[in-house]
Each structure stands twice: as C-alpha cells, then as structure tokens.
Design a protein around this ligand. Structure first.
Ligand code: 13P
Length: 250
C-alpha cells in the first residue's frame, strides 16, 4: 500500500510571524495519530525556523523547488544539498506555477529530480493539464509526457522515492475542485502508466496525491477514491485546523 501523505504547499505566503504561528499550532494540535504523513513546505527563508519548531513532532519539512545543478555560479538558486542540510526531506518539483511562469520544462524538471535524488530528498512530482488541454481531450497525452520524461530517465530504486501529485491546473486556487470521479479517473490512468514504466511492485508503491482546491470539506470524498493516497494542499494548508482536518480525512 502506498503511504498516505498530506503535504501543505505554502507557496509565497506567510510573514515570519505567521509562519512560526502556523507551525507552532500544527505541532500543538496534531495528535501524532493522523492516518497520513504530514509535510509542510514553507518558503525557503523560513525553513530552518520551521524545522526547529517542528523538531520531534513527526511533521516533515518540504521545499517548493530546488536548483537543477549541484553548486556554482547560479545567483539566487538553492541546491538540493543545501535543502537536505537545512533539514528538508521532500521537495515539490514540476509545480504548474513553475512550469508556467519560471521556465520549468520537462527537461529542467528531470535535472532537478536527479539533483534531489542524489541529495537523498523525496520528490513530490507534480503533473496536470490546463482546462484547454482537458477540453481538447489531451489529458492523457499531457500526463504521459510529464511523467514519462522523469520516470524513463531514473532507475527503479530512485523511482520508489518519488511521490506524484496530480494537480489539474484549472483546479488550483480556483475553488473548482476536480470531482472525485474526475480525480479517480486521472489517478487510475497515472497508476497504470507508472506500473507499465516501472513494473507493478514499484508502481503500486508510489503515493498519488490530489491537489487543486482540496479543503477540509471535500478531502474525504476525494481520499476515499481508488488510487488517491492523499493531497497536496495550497490555500487550506495555511490554516492549522483545516490542514489537520485534511490530514485526518480518511
Ligand atoms: P490550492 O489548494 O490553493 O488550490 O493549491 C493547490 C496547489 O497548487 C498545491 O500545490
């Protein structure tokens, strides 16, 4: 069975004070008995502070991006090794906001995945179609392109350290959550795809998260579906109560 995971992508939100309060509240109010592994992905600059607050809580830290190279003259970049050094366990790669606004092509995302893997980080690899692509019947082609470019180019052992987040672009931050049927159908397609690329033993072990307007009210209807092993949560991860409810939504 894939691990259940609920990860919060804080994106470029929170002041230092808000971030520390959110982390403290998560630490104080979690039970440690949540059915899902909880992960928070703060902005880079808060990572050390949040890691110290959450130490011993069982809540893991993720980052929202990493560099595609190991080190050197890359002003403003943060390497996967630096993240590991700072206490990070997971890194979100291939988020649609980075694909759309920061030039993260499938080729760049592959290089970032390789950096994360050699630095012993777990990758939350995002995929998902735009509304235009869905309407044009291109959902499966888009997912195949985004996932094959990574999974064809890493070995099986590394692949088993990846988590996939299906995030339809039209559902992100819009309140237009995919229906449980739509999400289950896309997740079923992804499961079959990775099983065919990696074999069933590895493919069936990989967690498939849903992301896109997932919140405390709709999480359980999504998480009860086949092949939905948790969520990658944006807006609702900024409220401690909501995030913990989502972490308990089974
Ligand atoms: P929302 O939950 O705010 O729609 O964001 C989803 C997302 O992009 C998580 O990575």
């Amino acid at each position: 069975m894939p691990q259940k995971i609920v990860a919060g992508n804080w994106k470029m939100n929170t002041s230092l004070e808000e971030a520390t309060q959110l982390a403290q509240s998560l630490k104080d109010n979690q039970t440690g008995q949540e059915p899902a592994k909880l992960v928070v992905c703060p902005p880079f600059v808060w990572i050390r502070t949040i890691a110290e607050i959450l130490q011993g809580s069982g809540i893991s830290i993720g980052a929202q991006n990493c560099a595609s190279t190991a080190s050197g003259a890359f002003t403003g970049e943060i390497s996967a090794t630096m993240l590991k050094n700072a206490g990070v366990e997971y890194v979100i790669l291939g988020h649609s906001e980075r694909r759309a606004m920061f030039g993260d092509s499938n080729a760049v995302i592959l290089e970032k995945c390789k950096q994360a893997i050699v630095s012993d980080l777990k990758v939350i690899l995002c995929c998902g179609e735009t509304l235009a692509e869905r309407k044009a019947g291109e959902l499966e082609t888009v997912l195949t392109g985004q996932l094959t470019s990574v999974f064809k180019n890493i070995d099986q052992l590394s692949a088993s350290n990846l988590v996939i987040a299906y995030e339809p672009v039209w559902a992100i931050g819009t309140g237009l959550t995919a229906t449980p049927e739509q999400a289950e159908s896309a997740h079923g397609f992804i499961r079959n795809l990775i099983n065919s690329l990696l074999g069933e033993t590895v493919g069936n072990s990989i967690s498939l998260l849903y992301g896109g307007s997932c919140n405390a009210s709709n999480a359980s209807s999504l998480f009860s579906r086949n092949n939905i092993d948790g969520g990658l949560i944006g807006g609702a991860s900024l409220k401690s109560d909501d995030f913990l409810k989502i972490g308990n939504a089974w």
